[in-house]
Design a protein around this ligand. Structure first.
Ligand code: CUA
Length: 342
């Protein structure tokens, strides 16, 4: 009873260095990750018990052998009697059978989990999202038969709770891997190939995802956020995303937009409702509504955004964002404008 209570604590301490509460395969937010979590704990408990049993047997044999040497003459100890021989044979055979049986049970558990992962009950009202890996950010596009309802964003995926979501993944450059451990396992994103992964959230939440395939210098800074929200909230988010960028409401914001449109920014970034139509970098139409910038690297604050624009190579060395020369006064207006893109 006590052991059952202590083991999760030990595991929690050991795994604390791997992930925070918002990115953990042991805090499932959906049916698939729930199965993975179950399998993980099954392995943990079975193998934990075996580990403890093996150590106990080792300790027992060590203490026993010492006593044996003291009690018996040496020539007799290595000639087991018929009864001992039989007992040894039985023990070894029993241990072998137990090992095979345990491995078999673990194998079945693993295979059935793998199968269950491929199944997601009702895919009738599924949502399809295209996720494209780039060095080092995520292009996100909500597919729709009606072209006017296609939403494009970056590094942040909103999904409705209780609705299956198909992630159609690919890559623009090298192999990346889409991994949101609170929802599912990893899925490689491969150039000129499409891989799919079904995810579903069964409760609202905000979870961190991370590229799980080494993809270059800033692989570690290729994160994303998945936000699961109730259907009505999700719909509201979608509707807001379909709107073009808000028009500047004062001279400062107007100037900020001019700074953006008259600089190299427009070659890479798109802002709906303006002439900026670049497709190389993340869509900035609703930049201010996102939690982070630079693919989960920095919280989305004015100061961080300023630092990122002035010296992107300092924040994420090797990234493809150009360093442009902007006067301090212009930068302030530019930041105010970008911060207005809600
Ligand atoms: Cu993309 Cu690692």
């Amino acid at each position: 009873m006590k052991l059952a209570r202590i083991l999760p604590v030990i595991a929690g301490v050991l795994l604390a260095g791997c992930a925070g509460p918002q990115q953990s395969a042991l805090d499932s937010g959906g049916p698939q990750s729930g199965r993975i979590e179950w399998l993980w704990w099954a392995f943990f408990y079975v193998l934990g018990v075996i580990f403890v049993a093996v150590l106990a047997a080792l300790l027992w044999s060590l203490t026993r052998r010492r006593r044996g040497i003291e009690q018996e003459p040496l020539e007799r100890t290595h000639i087991p009697s018929g009864a001992t021989e039989q007992r040894l044979t039985r023990t070894v055979a029993g241990a072998t059978i137990a090992t095979v049986a345990i491995l078999f049970v673990l194998l079945i558990g693993s295979i059935s989990t793998g199968r269950a992962l491929a199944e997601l009950g009702n895919k009738q009202n599924a949502l399809a999202i295209e996720v494209t890996g780039n060095q080092w950010w995520w292009y996100v596009r909500y597919l729709n038969d009606d072209a006017s309802k296609i939403v494009v964003t970056a590094n942040e995926i909103h999904i409705p709770v209780g609705r299956p979501v198909m992630i159609r993944g690919t890559s623009n450059d090298v192999i990346h891997s889409f991994w949101v451990p609170n929802l599912h396992g990893k899925r490689d994103l491969i150039p000129s190939r499409i891989t799919t992964e079904w995810i579903e959230a069964d409760r609202p939440g905000r979870w961190r995802g991370q590229c799980a395939e080494f993809c270059g210098l800033q692989h570690a800074h290729m994160a994303m956020w998945v936000i699961a929200e109730p259907e009505d909230q999700f719909e509201k988010w979608m509707q807001a995303r379909l709107q073009p960028a808000p028009e500047p409401t004062d001279a400062n914001l107007q100037h900020g937009r001019d700074v953006f449109l008259n600089n190299a920014c427009v070659f890479c970034h798109h802002i709906a409702g303006t002439t900026a139509a670049g497709q190389v970098g993340p869509d900035l139409t609703h930049l201010a509504s996102r939690l982070t910038i630079a693919a989960g690297t920095l919280p989305n604050t004015k100061g961080n955004l300023g630092g990122w624009i002035v010296d992107p190579q300092n924040v994420k060395p090797g990234n493809h964002m150009a360093t442009i020369d902007i006067k301090p006064a212009d930068l302030d207006s530019l930041l105010d404008y970008l911060r207005s893109l809600k």
